[in-house]
Write a protein that binds this ligand. Structure first.
Ligand SMILES: [Zn+2]
Length: 132
């Protein structure tokens, strides 16, 4: 018996719209930064370039975070279509409805999620060690 995922689907669609809107806003924000940047190069604000670069980097970082969320949301919507929504990508276990309510794009059960986070942490530690 499948749980009723309709309210979660609605949440996911809203989230997708929200994230896409934010990404669009960041793109516009950056293009307005370069426009003023070009003008200022001929003006008398030579000190603003560092701030502008920082703003751009911040905006790019924010946008790549948004992209990750968007990918997760898209993935969850695909799972809804495929009828696999609410199950863990990793072990196939059912993801508790309460977890999905808090985070509708969750693709892993709590156990697999903590395993993945642990693996990521360990592999980045290994990378750090081999660098030195
Ligand atoms: Zn799992």
């Amino acid at each position: 018996m499948q749980a009723n995922y309709k309210p979660l689907e609605k949440k996911l669609l809203q989230e997708r719209e929200r994230v896409q809107g934010l990404m669009q806003a960041e793109t516009e924000h950056r293009s307005s930064l370069s426009e003023t940047g070009d003008l200022e190069r001929y003006g008398n604000h030579p000190g603003d370039e560092g701030t502008e670069t920082f703003e751009k980097e911040k905006s790019l970082a924010l946008q790549s975070n948004l992209q990750i969320i968007l990918d997760e949301v898209e993935h969850a919507l695909h799972k809804l279509e495929a009828g696999t929504y609410g199950t863990c990508d990793e072990c196939g276990a059912e993801i508790p409805y309460e977890r999905l309510e808090v985070r509708p794009q969750a693709a892993l059960c709590v156990r697999c999620k903590s395993k993945v986070e642990h693996t990521v942490m360990v592999s980045s530690l290994e990378r750090a060690n081999s660098t030195f």
